[in-house]
Design a protein. Sequence first.
Length: 222
Amino acid sequence: MLELDSVTAGYEPRRPVFRGASLTLAPGESVGLLGPSGCGKSTLARVAALLHRPDAGRLVLDGTEVTAWRHRAPREQRTAVGVVFQQPRTAADPRLSLADLIAEPLRATGRKAEAADRVAELAPAVGLTPELLTRRPHAVSDGQLQRACLARALTLRPRWLVCDEMTAMLDASTTAALVAAVETYREQTGAGLLAVGHDRVLLNRWCDRTVEWQDCLPRPRA
């Protein structure tokens, strides 16, 4: 279970982006989080991915409450969640080839010897050719780079995926390909999915259920 309970989070002291948000995701379930730009859903996604410490509330991951964030989180928790961001250009190191980008999590966790085999396995799954793997981000399209970012998110075989507006900048064919790659991975592994977006049609087609952002927030008192 991935459970966000009464979470308050922001980026400036005493100025939270939202207060008291709650959301639950069961193992193997796909949940769409729908809301307009600027409402705070991406911040909630970053909390779920252990990338942003909330000001208040709890994140419970696989039955254990998360008490440390980013690189301070235990490896078992940190590697349980794979995340894909909206803008691949800001999420990718421009110095790395796409192959090195995909292998980055393995090198960071001391498993460099597995890199070549894992990249060879993931590249065709996300639609990357051997020639594209040799290129750096500036030499590929946004769609090709986002394919590599998705492969990177899958490299450590996470039990949970957080896709934060993953397809917002992509054309329809690339969107369909990336959604299909996520679903194939989920079918093979039973991973849970939190898909954040503002496209109601896409989320309704993709996910088991779609949650409106306002439904994550506490009800005002009568």
